[in-house]
Each structure stands twice: as C-alpha cells, then as structure tokens.
Design a protein around this ligand. Sequence first.
Ligand SMILES: [Zn+2]
Length: 137
Amino acid sequence: MTRRLIKILDGLWREAIKLQAGNKCEFCGAPRHIKPLHAHHVIPRTNYRVRWEPLNGVALCYRCHMHWAHKDATAFTAWFKQLVGSARYRRLQKMRQEYYDSTIRDFSYYKGKLKNVGLRGGGNLGAALATIRGTRR
Ligand SMILES: [Zn+2]
C-alpha cells in the first residue's frame, strides 16, 4: 500500500472512531464540541493488521488521552476490556498476532468497512475523505 493510501485510511479510521463513540470522549464523556477528540490506538498503529480495525480504537479527549491512557497503561487496559467485553478484547488480541501482508485490495476493504462504521455512528466519511485528499498537495 502506498503512503498516500495509508494516510487516507488513517484519516478515515480517526473519523470513524469518533463517530463510533458518538462524538464523545469514551472515558470522561466530554462532547467533541467542548473538547476536541483524539482517536487512540489500543494496539499501536505500527501493527498494520489492526491499524484500521474499528475495534482497535477509542475516542478520548486530549486530557484522557495524554494524561491517562498514555500514563497508566494498566488502568487503560482494564477499562478498555470492560468497555468492549472480554470476547471482543480476546478477538483483538488474536488479530494482533496474525500475519499481515498489506496489499492494495486492503484499501478498498478498509475504506468500505470504516465508511459503514461512520454511517452507523450517524456521520458521513465522504467529507472527511475529501478533506484528507485536499490536504495532499
Ligand atoms: Zn476525556
């Protein structure tokens, strides 16, 4: 996959995670219009198998992201397990171990998957996509 496509999927993933969370910090509940949200990777994005998985992200405000999730990994993990349930947590842990060979076909797969997550969250990722593409000059 090219850098450009990776950048597009990263942008779609961030937006889908925020929509999936109802545009609120999933830890403290602060709405997006009060505190800008960050999309936090539970398993670091250096693992491409789960980099664009909707299950691998939570929306957090700056404070909860930088001063909690990144500071207290044990508390964050316990909280996340509770949030998604142990079955989904185990599924994510299994996914991270899977062999992954990034191909161009993944772009369409993840683009479609993230758009659906966005739609379920009540938003349209078309605008996000246009913004991401527009910044690429
Ligand atoms: Zn917060």
